[in-house]
Design a protein around this ligand. Structure first.
Ligand code: S3P
Length: 183
């Protein structure tokens, strides 16, 4: 392990980072963080409003700052936003400061999972299938670049995915030997 007991989840919108991350954190007795929720708390508004009022570039600046801070912690499971890997410094921080899991799912599954969601500005006013396909092409190599483990979720349920992840983490002796006390 890389000196810390952090686990970072990366992947496209709808991959299940937040849901899987939350359950993984519970199982490992680690704290769960979601960079988008931290950004929203700092800005006092939601992601869609930040995109609409400040633009994507400003959102990315917030994201970079928050990811820099959160990855410097120890003993967390962090669900990142899908675009986190676009920035070189974010990629370096993720790689150096924790164990990175890339949650992968076919684009069709991502489309289905995000179809009723109004909170993802990059998927509004556009064909979500086309957009997710474009994002997949650009980002898949970047997710792979930072990943220590690639987990294909396909259409499997969250519990199955979490169980499989715990098994694979255990096999690599990555489960923390001294879990943090529950908060
Ligand atoms: C984004 C993904 C979102 C959020 C923002 C931008 C992206 O997070 O950070 O809307 O660029 O893919 P999720 O991946 O949690 O939906």
């Amino acid at each position: 392990m890389k000196g810390t007991r952090n686990i970072f989840l990366v992947g496209l919108m709808g991959a299940g980072k937040t849901t899987v991350g939350r359950q993984l954190a519970r199982a490992l007795n680690l704290r769960f963080e979601d960079s988008d929720r931290v950004i929203e708390a700092r800005c006092g508004t939601n992601i869609s409003t930040i995109f609409a009022q400040e633009g994507e570039a400003n959102f990315r600046a917030w994201e970079k700052m928050v990811v820099h801070e959160l990855t410097a912690e120890d003993g967390i499971v962090l669900a990142t936003g899908g675009g986190v890997v676009l920035d070189m410094d974010n990629r370096a921080n993720l790689k150096a400061r924790g164990y990175v899991i890339y949650l992968r799912a076919p684009v069709e599954v991502l489309v289905a999972r995000t179809s009723h969601d109004r909170g993802r500005p990059l998927l509004q006013d556009t064909n979500p299938h086309l957009r997710l396909n474009q994002l997949y092409k650009i980002r898949d190599p970047l997710y792979r670049e930072v990943a220590d483990l690639i987990m294909d979720t396909n259409n499997r349920g969250i519990r199955v995915v979490v169980k499989e992840l715990l098994r694979r983490l255990d096999r690599r002796a990555l489960l923390p030997s001294n879990p943090l006390p529950p908060t």
